[in-house]
Design a protein around this ligand. Structure first.
Ligand code: FAD
Length: 265
């Protein structure tokens, strides 16, 4: 990442390069810490792959890869899958589509001012925000996947994924606490979008000024007034969020039409 040239980008856009890099990092780095997947781990991984295959908002090589992975995982009667078998499939599929290893991870909206900042965790938040908005736009996309019985399937899969695989264990513990406290109260797709937004802001609050803060991207309540003026209101001198504006802003910001293919693989 250190030798990467800085990529100019627009903070009011979401970049498919970040979403695709998230998935490559997840498959090649995060999952590689597990020599094989079985039991709960295998179930959680299958659910994540299904969720992305069904809800990823644009076409392209990564979504094809996720669809292939999903079909393959569902067709396997195995109780246990070696990580190497997953990696072989990913490598083969990528070779066919002409994308080569090493060229796959490219942060844009998630670039950090120096290596070790931003990148993967930023892209994972972005991916799940996009999936909550897509689920709202395509309510039937998860039919017959086994995930549609839950009130907040995107959050539930995210919760299980973070708990089981996310490399930052402290983050996993914090997220699990928050999920246990209030995720059950999410009853529909709109609340699913808003729960994740609110939870992300709680994390921003907690981390403001900490070591993981990139000075070019200080942790702050989001969206800023410059991104969404009508999201901010004042009641008796106290800042309040206008929830209707927030919801429409999130639907727009993380919606398919605001995705930029610039710098994509
Ligand atoms: P990020 O917080 O990663 O945000 C990425 C982008 O999302 C921002 O640039 C902005 O465009 C947008 N955004 C910001 N806020 C919101 C919002 N409220 N709603 C929607 N979009 C928003 N790090 C820790 O040190 N301790 C933790 O406990 C911790 N828990 C985490 C839990 C999860 C589930 C995840 C995915 C990450 C966690 N992290 C934690 C990492 C941390 O939240 C940041 O991802 C990391 O520090 C990189 O920060 P960033 O500046 O790229 O912005």
């Amino acid at each position: 990442q250190s030798s990467d040239p800085w990529r100019n980008f627009d903070r009011s856009k979401v970049y498919t390069a970040d979403l695709e890099s998230a998935l490559h990092y997840l498959l090649r780095v995060e999952l590689a810490a597990h020599a094989s997947l079985e039991g709960d781990e295998l179930r959680v991984f299958k659910d994540l792959v299904t969720l992305v295959a069904k809800l990823y908002p644009v076409g392209g090589s990564v979504v094809k890869l996720m669809e292939t992975l999903s079909d393959w995982l569902l067709s396997l009667p195995l109780q246990q899958i070696p990580y190497q078998a997953i990696l072989d499939l990913v490598d083969n599929k990528m070779r066919i589509s002409g994308v080569f290893l090493g060229a796959e991870i490219r942060w844009v909206g998630c670039q950090g001012s120096r290596p070790g900042l931003r990148g993967y965790p930023c892209s994972l938040w972005t991916l799940f925000h996009v999936l909550t908005v897509r689920h709202d736009a395509m309510p039937t996309a998860l039919e017959n996947t086994g995930l549609d019985g839950e009130a907040a399937p995107v959050l539930q899969v995210m919760r299980r994924y973070i708990r089981t695989f996310f490399g930052c264990e402290e983050c996993g513990r914090h997220f699990e606490q928050a999920a246990a406290a209030s995720m059950d109260r999410v009853q529909n797709r709109e609340q699913q979008i808003l729960w994740l937004w609110n939870q992300h802001n709680m994390v921003n609050n907690r981390l403001a000024g900490s070591l993981s803060d990139d000075h070019l991207f200080p942790k702050a309540p989001w969206p800023s007034p410059s991104l969404c003026a009508s999201c901010h209101e004042e009641e008796n001198g106290i800042h309040v969020w206008n929830q209707d504006s927030i919801l429409s802003f999130l639907r727009h910001h993380y919606g398919a039409s605001n995705l930029s293919p610039q710098y994509a693989l």
